[in-house]
Design a protein around this ligand. Structure first.
Ligand code: MEV
Length: 443
């Protein structure tokens, strides 16, 4: 198909967008249109709300919203909402929550909440002169942002610090204004970016008007928050006597030792660390999505943090200290519980209600615990039964749905595989035999 680029697509009505799209890009226009429309909400106001989250909305994209109950965090019981498609994640989180509920629950603390924003600029004049000029004007520059920062300041947040950073060793003529912010319960992206853009304009004007720079002006390249937030960090942990980890002291000790070895491998081996941290992010992202936060920002920041010492490593750590098993996660989480989707998306609002209206700091703790729990469940399986048993058990329904199994067939097949290893080929064979009335032919 040789298509002309479409003009003015965003201005078309939703109906016209769909009509254009299916006409040009679908092999079965009627079917594609029907499916896109099947996901439109019957409540037109609610649908319009979703339409207006982004440009060119053509339908809604559903993910299951699950809940993992029994999370005891700092002596408070939570049922954690999780939006995710991967079959085993919520089940694994629930299992880990229950396991640690019986062993004292999770502890979590926020270590710091500083966010970062930078004005990146080029300057070809004298560095010392620029530094002196910056120091002399720093207060005035910060004061110039008062109209933007006053509400945040009233609530106890605002700009914490601003530094001129000389980056010319890395890139000729490159400098930054590096700012740190406290944005309280807001994720703060809009606040930070607004401050930075205004600051950049004022800074450029000041320098260009300064006679002693003799016409040497600065070139603002960009002004933007950073999703690398190594000082917006939360720590979540569990601990218990080693012997409490198994059905008896010997099993507990064997499990603890193997578990610690697995964590050590993730600490030293990047190939393993990436998968290990991916498992952590299964839990983290699911809560981030459910609570209307930005999982791409969290992902980027978490992985950068995992590599902060020059080598990519595990976000979780474990050790045996005397007779105690200690296991913890430390990760950056710049989250908000006000602003953004939190007040707009009805399900996000309810997810926050279910979490008992957490502050951003409380949400950081809950999310870190979800990550730690997910990692515990994954590593527990990996060092005991292997991952596939639990995973395939949860994946069985997906396979049966793919094979268009009826409710009765699902019941029979689930029962059939109760004590068997589930594989894709095995399920295909079982459903084929069942449909021929010959299930008993396979054992
Ligand atoms: C799968 O989504 C996540 C795991 O691979 C994590 C891990 O290996 O630790 C099971």
């Amino acid at each position: 198909m040789n298509l002309e680029p479409v003009q003015g697509f965003s201005k078309l009505s939703k109906t016209d967008k769909i009509a254009w799209l299916v006409k040009h890009y679908s092999k079965d226009a009627a079917k594609t249109q029907a499916i896109l429309e099947q996901y439109h909400h019957v409540d037109t106001n609610l649908q319009q709300l979703h339409d207006e989250f982004i440009e060119n909305t053509i339908s809604n994209y559903f993910l299951p919203l699950g809940v993992a109950p029994n999370f005891l965090i700092n002596e408070r019981l939570y049922a954690i909402p999780m939006a995710i498609e991967e079959s085993s994640v919520v089940a694994a989180a629930s299992k880990a929550a229950k396991f640690w509920l019986k062993r004292g629950g999770f502890r979590a603390e926020v270590l710091d909440t500083q966010k970062v924003g930078q004005v990146h600029f080029l300057f070809e004049g004298e560095i010392e002169k620029l530094q002196t000029f910056f120091e002399a004007n720093k207060k005035m520059l910060l004061d110039s942002l008062a109209p933007l920062t006053k509400n945040m300041k009233k609530r106890g947040g605002g700009i914490l610090d601003m530094q001129l950073v000389d980056k010319t060793a890395a890139l000729p003529h490159y400098f930054q204004l590096h700012l740190t912010f406290e944005t309280l319960d807001a994720m703060g992206a809009n606040f930070i970016n607004s401050c930075l853009e205004q600051l950049a304009a004022t800074w450029r004007k000041l320098v260009s008007e300064e006679a002693s720079f003799a016409g040497q002006s600065i070139e603002i390249v960009m002004s933007i928050l950073s999703n690398y937030v190594p000082d917006c960090v939360v720590r979540a942990s569990v601990s218990c006597p080693v012997e409490a980890l198994g059905d008896n002291a010997e099993l507990g000790k064997a499990f603890a030792e193997k578990f610690v070895k697995a964590i050590r491998i993730a600490e030293v081996e990047p190939y393993r660390a990436v998968t290990h941290n991916k498992g952590i992010m299964n839990g983290v992202d699911a809560v981030i999505l459910a609570t209307g936060n930005d999982f791409r920002a969290i992902e980027a920041g978490a992985h950068a943090y995992a590599a902060k010492d020059g080598r990519y490593t595990s976000l979780t750590h474990a050790k045996i200290e005397g007779d105690q098993f200690r296991y913890w996660i430390e990760m950056p989480l710049a989250l908000g519980t006000v602003g953004g989707l939190t007040k707009l998306h009805p399900l996000v609002k309810e997810a926050l209600v279910l979490l008992q209206e957490p502050s951003a700091k409380e949400l950081m703790q809950i999310v870190a615990v979800a990550g730690l729990a997910q990692n515990f469940a994954a590593v527990h399986s990996l060092v005991t039964s292997g991952i596939q048993r639990g995973h395939m058990k949860m994946h069985l329904m997906n396979m049966l749905n793919q094979m268009q199994a009826t409710a009765d067939e699902k019941l029979v097949i689930a029962k059939f595989f109760e004590n068997k290893t589930i594989t894709h080929a095995g399920v295909v064979e079982a459903i084929e035999k069942l449909r021929l009335g010959k299930l008993e032919e396979i054992s």
